[in-house]
Design a protein around this ligand. Structure first.
Ligand SMILES: [Fe+2]
Length: 253
């Protein structure tokens, strides 16, 4: 090999060694970056897990508060027992049957549980009067949705639940109270709730009558479709089997 060629080979070998060094250095940098990213991803996973735990805790606290408030209302009335809990379970089942996104709205159960919170302001003499109410007494009784709505107005986490409290006695035909809303002007959650509430009222023993069977309650609700109730909600209600309704009743009695 000539001297010139030998020098070229040495230069080439130096260049290769230098390139190899650069490549190894780059490899180390890439590895460092990968490790940094892995640490970052692990931190993110941990933060996400903590955030989810925190959200679940918060939701649990909200639910406990709502249940405490709902139980305080129910404790006055020996006849309805676990009415709020039962009607909330019927309402959620019905919301699922309608196929609307309502069923996955976490606030809706709060509204179902608290629908009658305004009754705290109604005197016992009116709330438990066995005889028919006088027009003045009826007027006071019919204020309970607005009173409930006013009690909860400032509670932000209740969101649409407050609409159920205010509008649960509205009727599809416009003959309800307190705002005499009709048809689709009535918040959908309140229209769903109205059917669930009627089902529970009809199938529960009252001082003035015995409990109706589910078949009898179905017939009564069907007859009020398009009058008291949104026909589409009644249609969804008809899709729910008796066995499902009986299962809800047995777990909430
Ligand atoms: Fe009510």
């Amino acid at each position: 090999m000539s001297e010139v060629a030998a020098t070229d080979v040495e230069r080439l070998q130096d260049e290769i060694a230098s390139l190899r060094g650069q490549l190894e250095e780059r490899g180390r940098l890439v590895l460092d970056k990968e490790r940094q990213l892995e640490r970052y991803a692990a931190d993110l996973r941990e933060a996400y897990k903590l955030e989810r735990e925190h959200a679940a805790e918060l939701r649990g606290s909200y639910m406990a508060t709502v249940r405490a408030l709902s139980n305080a209302v129910e404790a006055r009335d020996a006849y309805t027992g676990k009415h709020a809990e039962r009607v909330a379970a019927y309402g959620l089942e019905l919301a699922r049957a309608t196929g609307s996104p309502l069923a996955v709205d976490p606030q809706i159960e709060f509204g179902f549980l608290l629908h009658d919170v305004g009754k705290v302001a109604i005197p016992d003499a009116i709330l438990f009067k066995p005889q028919p109410l006088s027009p003045e007494e009826r007027g006071l009784m019919e204020r309970h949705p607005v009173i409930g709505w006013e009690i909860l107005r400032e509670v932000d986490f209740l969101g649409v639940a407050k609409l159920v409290v205010r509008s649960h006695h509205e009727r599809w035909d416009g003959g309800g109270y307190p705002d005499r809303l009709a048809g689709e002007d009535i918040p959908y959650a309140a229209r769903v709730f109205a059917v669930a509430d009627a089902l529970d009222a009809l199938t529960t023993t009252r001082p003035y009558r015995g409990a109706l069977s589910i078949a009898e309650a179905r017939a009564t609700i069907r007859a009020a479709s398009g009058g008291q109730f949104d026909p589409s909600v009644v249609d969804a209600f008809n899709e729910i089997g008796d066995d499902r309704l009986l299962a809800i009743r047995s777990t909430t009695s």
